[in-house]
Each structure stands twice: as structure tokens, then as C-alpha cells.
Design a protein around this ligand. Structure first.
Ligand SMILES: [Mn+2]
Length: 427
């Protein structure tokens, strides 16, 4: 049950959101969402409340409705009541607010007024999203706890993993430690990618359609890329480390690892109010591009290599994203900002100036992605800028990504995941 202090903070969120909404006498409904059935089965997926509902109530009850009467400036929560039959199978849901059956009468008392579902209104959703980007104390506490649970998993990894372990063994081990440390679940499916698998940005075990977990073992001297995090009180953490397992890093591994770390450190230091995220992202691409030039994989002038899309062949994603109730959180593009189709920024999930209270991931990377590097059209297009002979010798290298979660403050950036070590080698 939320305590009185947290109730006060949640109520303050509602006040801030209603100040953003331009309403007269409308009725607004914010639904938590249903429990979703699994196809062809009487089982259900685990419930994830709609994050807007969770934000405005501090709760995660299925089928609940938060109503706002704009005329009376009054919020009313309606929650389901568990029947006796329900309670034979499940523990009862908290009896929050008024019984859900009373919603129709409540709306009937307000007949003739326009009823707006938040999920159908971009404007109202944007109003909530604009508030969700700046975290209050309750949210920061949850985010710090999520990062602490994630640290427990990575500590296990550093102490335990050696060459010969399978991706599945590593995934089970790291997740077990998240849960022991208080995480309710993982914030997203853990990415445990050994060797060449690290070149898939979102490599998930079991994605080979066999219905069985991955059996690939990490080999001595290979890279191991782990992108995983626990969820705590509904809030995500999102951390990536890449290490060489069971051997000293090769010159190329060590060099590229250092390039990615430098790009990350420079970007983290710029996570300060007023900085434009897009510019930090583009500068991180210049750092990566300069490294690739130094290694003899690209030739030319770095700004040109970024603008032509040559760097994006090796760093095709955005520098990071906002984090909160969802791992890729709301509010990345405020009104007036459009997504770009440029290869270096088409996957950029945020384009706005940073503000104190925001949480953003910072996750530059370098990858050798077969689908891009083997594409005849791209090889032709970048025949001058990419030294293909050198690049081809690194096919199968995998990828390197280093990711932390940053709290932008009016002082130094707070790295929520900063206590998680960054070894270049384990095992
Ligand atoms: Mn991330």
C-alpha cells in the first residue's frame, strides 16, 4: 500500500498534469488496461499497467479506471472488486476507490459532457508524458533501487562467468540475482550475446524459434555483451556491459572498447540541463567515427563520415533514451520535434534539451552487423569511405556497447548505475 507521503507526491503529479491539460468541463478516463490472454490458451500474460495510469495513481491494478471531472477539478478512482469465485483462484485485488460498477452511474450524473479516453488523445497523453520526463523523489527512489538490483546481477556475472558457459546459464544467473536483490521482474528481455551474436542490437535468447533456450557457449577470447536490468516498483533500469571472456583483449577489442567508453564518458559529462540530446548524440558518433578512422576502417573526414551515414553502418542506433515506468519512456519527442530519416539519427528515441530530473540512458556502441556490411548496395554506396577489406576481416567480431542510466541534475550528473563495474575482461 502506498504510504501518506507517496500519496502526496502522486496527488502532486495529478495537479501538474491537469495544469497542462486544456479542458473546460470534459470527463477524462485513464485506464490501467486489461490482463491480456495468451493466444489459444486460458492463461494470461503477466500484467503491465498502462504507465500513464501507474504514474497518476502509483498503482498497478488491472481493469481500474481513473476519472477526472474537469469542471469540478476532481479525480475519482474506480477499481474492480474480487468476487468469491475470483478469490477461489486468486488473492483479492486491493479494493481501491469506488467499485468499478459505479462508473456508469458516475458518468450518468455527468450526462451530456464529453468523455475523453486518454489513450485516444495525443494532447492529453502528451500532457502526462511531459510530466513523466521529470522524476519526483518517489520515482528516483525506485530507479535507484532498480539500479541496485541490477548491480547485484552484474557483480555475480563478474565473479562467476568464464569461457564455456552458455548464454542461457549466464541469463539465468544474472536474472536470479536481480530477483534476490528485490527486482520484481526484468525491465525487458535480457540480452546475453556471446561472440558474433553481439552484433544484433536486440539479441534475445530463444529467438531461434526452436522453443528452446540458446545453447551457444561463450568462447575464450570472445566478447560477451550483456544488456539487462531489473524492474523495481514499476521502474526500469537498463545497463549494458561488454567484456572479453577468459583472455586478455586483442588489440582491436581493447581499442574499440576504449573508443566506446570514451564516447560514453564524454556524453555522460554532457548530461546537464540545456544540452540538446541530438547534439550529444551526433558528437558521440564523431568519437566513434574517429576511432574507426584511426583503426583504418573508415577514411575521409569525420563530419562527412557521420553525415554520409558511413559511421551509422557501425553505430546505427541512438545514444540513449529516457527511462522510467517503461524502459523506453514517454516524452522523447516533444511537440514540434519530428523524427529524422537520417541514417545516424533515425533510431534516436529522444530529441529535446535535457532538464534536471530527467533520467536518460547513455549507450554508444560499435558493431559489425552482417546485414549491413554484406549488403551489396551499401558496399557500393560506401566504396570510397569504408575500407572493406579491413572491415571484412572483422566480420563475426560481434559488438561493443556500454550503457548507464543518468539522472540529470542542476549539479553533476548522477550515474544511477555508476556502482556497476566496467571490466574489459572477466573470467
Ligand atoms: Mn537502453
Amino acid at each position: 500500500m502506498p504510504n501518506p507521503d507517496s500519496e502526496k507526491l502522486v496527488s502532486a503529479r495529478r495537479d501538474r498534469v491537469t495544469r497542462r491539460w486544456e479542458l473546460n468541463d470534459e470527463i477524462v478516463l485513464v485506464r490501467s488496461g486489461p490482463v491480456l490472454p495468451m493466444a489459444g490458451s486460458d492463461m494470461e500474460h503477466s500484467f503491465h499497467p498502462h504507465p500513464d495510469f501507474a504514474y497518476l495513481t502509483g498503482r498497478g491494478i488491472p481493469d481500474a479506471v481513473l476519472a477526472f471531472d474537469a469542471k469540478q477539478r476532481h479525480w475519482q478512482l474506480f477499481g474492480p472488486r474480487s468476487s468469491i469465485d475470483d478469490q477461489v483462484w486468486h488473492q483479492p485485488a486491493d479494493p481501491v476507490g469506488l467499485p468499478l460498477e459505479e462508473l456508469d452511474d458516475w458518468l450518468g450524473d455527468r450526462k451530456g459532457r464529453q468523455v475523453i479516453e486518454v489513450s485516444n488523445s495525443t494532447e492529453l497523453q502528451a500532457g502526462i508524458g511531459e510530466e513523466r520526463v521529470r522524476k519526483d523523489e518517489l520515482e528516483l527512489t525506485a530507479l535507484r533501487s532498480a539500479a541496485a538490483a541490477t548491480k547485484a546481477g552484474f557483480d555475480w556475472l563478474y565473479n562467476t562467468v568464464s569461457a564455456g558457459m552458455t548464454e542461457r546459464e549466464i541469463q539465468v544467473g544474472i536474472e536470479a540475482e536481480f530477483f534476490r536483490a528485490g527486482a520484481v521482474r526484468t525491465a525487458y528481455p535480457s540480452i546475453v550475446a556471446s561472440g558474433p551474436n553481439g552484433a544484433f542490437l536486440h539479441y534475445f535468447y530463444g529467438q531461434d524459434d526452436s522453443l528452446n533456450p540458446a545453447t551457444r557457449a561463450v568462447l575464450q577470447g570472445e566478447l560477451l555483451l550483456i544488456d539487462a536490468g531489473g524492474e523495481f516498483s514499476g521502474y526500469a533500469s537498463d545497463v549494458t556491459r561488454t567484456m572479453v571472456v577468459g583472455a586478455e583483449p586483442s588489440d582491436v577489442q581493447a581499442f574499440l572498447w576504449q573508443v566506446v567508453l570514451s564516447a560514453q564518458e564524454l556524453a555522460i559529462d554532457r548530461c546537464r540541463p540545456g544540452q540538446e540530446w541530438r547534439e550529444i548524440h551526433m558528437d558521440s558518433a564523431r568519437v566513434i567515427g574517429s576511432g574507426l578512422m584511426e583503426l583504418g576502417l573508415l577514411r575521409g573526414e569525420v563530419d562527412q563520415l557521420v553525415s554520409s551515414g558511413a559511421v551509422a553502418l557501425f553505430y546505427p542506433h541512438g545514444l540513449g533514451h529516457l527511462i522510467g515506468l517503461t524502459v523506453h519512456d514517454a516524452g522523447g519527442y516533444p511537440s514540434g520535434r519530428e523524427r529524422s530519416s537520417h541514417p545516424q539519427s533515425r533510431y534516436l528515441r529522444t530529441d529535446r534539451p535535457l532538464e534536471a530530473g530527467m533520467i536518460t540512458s547513455v549507450e554508444p556502441g560499435v558493431y559489425f552487423i552482417d546485414a549491413l556490411l554484406g549488403d551489396p548496395a551499401l558496399r557500393e554506396q560506401f566504396s570510397e569511405e569504408v575500407v572493406w577489406q579491413e572491415v571484412d576481416s572483422l566480420r563475426g567480431f560481434g559488438g561493443i556497447r556500454i550503457e548507464d542510466d543518468i539522472h540529470v541534475t542542476n549539479d553533476e550528473p548522477e550515474v544511477l548505475s555508476g556502482a556497476i563495474g566496467k571490466p574489459v575482461r572477466i573470467g
